[in-house]
Design a protein around this ligand. Structure first.
Ligand SMILES: O=C(O)C1=C[C@@H](OP(=O)(O)O)[C@@H](O)[C@H](O)C1
Ligand SMILES: C=C(OP(=O)(O)O)C(=O)O
Length: 438
């Protein structure tokens, strides 16, 4: 059953009497859902994805691969892909619309760079501002011919024969790494990629499950890609998205009297930065029902707690990149001054997330100072709402963070641009409502 999507302006009630209670299984992981479609498409045979994330970003990926001639059907959260193999994609008749999704765009660039037909990529206004040369430049070193528009979408990818490369990544980005791996699969020789820092490793793990030969050294940053693998379809249960569970982990930690359990959350250690940070801040969080079938998963029980301030630097950022606005919210209630640095990548997400958080937190009267690459937040000062009209800045994660912050004040607020939440979590407000007993 499809849930009702969030529409543009949302009234936020605030002030919970009894905290958050109960259990929830959050939707499927966004990174894994995108990759499940892509890798299923370039494998041979049938791939079935259960608990696929039916949010707008992943539907952009699904539609793009249908346009590339891949038979894909969806029944609720189950997606079936009839793979066409690494060289079986067909030229799309229309430009491929990437919507709002950076992951779709950057990964598909690596894949289409080595096909024997041209492709055109377009995106929405937000995506069209995001940097694409970070992908097209290293792909060019492999022989790719990609024309970007002033470094952005729209882009034309003229498929070319690719060669293996020995490349040190210039940004800590799983999307760039994944694009190079997908290009490396189609090359005429081995590729060796060296990351600046370890980033989410779903591409490497999943491609191995599909039969590709990809090695990761014990340093966690050196990846060897062997070309022209024979990949076969698989059946995959997509774990719950840690990045979606994160909103409720933070809400339950901050709203007094709360105790909730989040079922079947993905615990890949390249994604669990928020879990570690919350524990370090004094959060009450415990794991049960731990399982490892491909990706590790666990049930997380989270209770309200008094939190200490924290310092976070560049080394910790990749594992918590999408949850940093939530770390800022934790800091805004911690008993002291917290500092987050090394997070300049936040400026090139769906919006400039550093600037958006500072703007929205100022409306709540939170003591926050903007840095080029992060923020300093003093959680000891009481909040005082000075503007009750919050704004998502067209960014799903900013929208959900502000809806979470609104649970902590004693007055109704509004959130404009709430429909952006459909990008990653259309059922967010429904799921939140199930945890609230007023
Ligand atoms: O590879 C992925 O699935 C993602 C990688 C990250 O982006 P970067 O690679 O730009 O850091 C993350 O912010 C994004 O939400 C999803
Ligand atoms: C940055 C994000 O996604 P993407 O880069 O795929 O648009 C996100 O989901 O927070």
């Amino acid at each position: 059953m499809e849930k009702v999507k969030t529409t543009s302006t949302k009234q936020l009630q605030g002030s919970l009497q009894n905290g958050l209670h109960g259990e929830l299984a959050v939707p499927g992981d966004k990174s894994i859902s995108h990759r499940g479609i892509m890798f299923g498409a370039i494998s041979e045979g049938t791939t079935v994805l259960h608990h696929f994330l039916t949010a707008e970003d992943c539907l952009s990926t699904l539609k793009a691969f249908q346009q590339l001639g891949v038979p894909i059907t969806r029944d609720g959260e189950t997606v079936t892909i009839q793979g066409v193999g690494l060289h079986g994609l067909k030229q799309a008749e229309q430009p491929l619309d990437m919507g709002n999704s950076g992951t779709t765009t950057r990964l598909i660039m690596g894949l289409l760079a080595g096909q024997d037909f041209p492709s055109e990529l377009t995106g929405d206004a937000s995506l069209s501002k995001r940097p694409m040369k970070r992908v097209s430049d290293p792909l060019a070193e492999m022989g790719a011919n990609i024309e970007v528009t002033d470094g952005h979408l729209p882009a034309v990818i003229n498929g070319e024969k690719l060669h293996g490369v020995d490349y040190h990544l210039k940004v800590a980005s799983a999307q760039v790494k994944s694009a190079l791996i997908l290009a490396g699969l189609q090359a005429d020789g081995v590729s060796i990629l060296v990351e600046k820092q370890p980033t989410r490793n779903h591409t490497e793990k999943m491609l191995r499950a599909f039969g590709a030969e990809i090695e990761t050294e014990s340093d966690d940053v050196t990846i060897t890609v062997h070309p022209q693998p024979h990949m076969h379809g698989i059946t995959l249960n997509v774990p719950g998205d840690m990045s979606s569970a994160a909103f409720f982990m933070v809400a339950a930690s901050l709203v007094p009297g709360s105790k909730i359990t989040l079922r079947n959350v993905g615990m890949n250690d390249t994604r669990t930065g928020l879990y570690s940070i919350l524990k370090r801040m004094g959060g009450k969080i415990s794991l049960s029902n731990e399982q490892t079938m491909g990706e590790p998963t666990a049930d997380l029980t989270v209770e309200a707690a008094e939190l200490h301030p924290i310092e976070i630097g560049a080394a910790e950022i990749p594992a918590v990149i999408d949850e940093l606005p939530l770390v800022a919210l934790l800091a805004a209630k911690a008993k002291g001054v917290s500092k987050i640095t090394g997070a300049g990548e936040l400026r090139v997400k769906e919006t400039d997330r550093i600037s958006a958080i500072v703007t929205e937190f100022n409306k709540m009267g939170i003591d926050i100072q903007e840095l080029d690459d992060g923020f300093v937040i003093d959680g000891r000062k009481p909040w005082r709402v000075v503007d009750s009209q919050l704004d998502s800045h067209g960014d799903h994660r900013i929208g959900m963070v502000m809806a979470t912050a609104a649970l902590l004040v004693n007055q109704p607020l509004t959130l404009t641009g709430a429909d952006s939440i459909n990008i990653s979590y259309p059922e967010f407000f429904d799921d939140l409502a199930t945890l609230i007993s007023r």
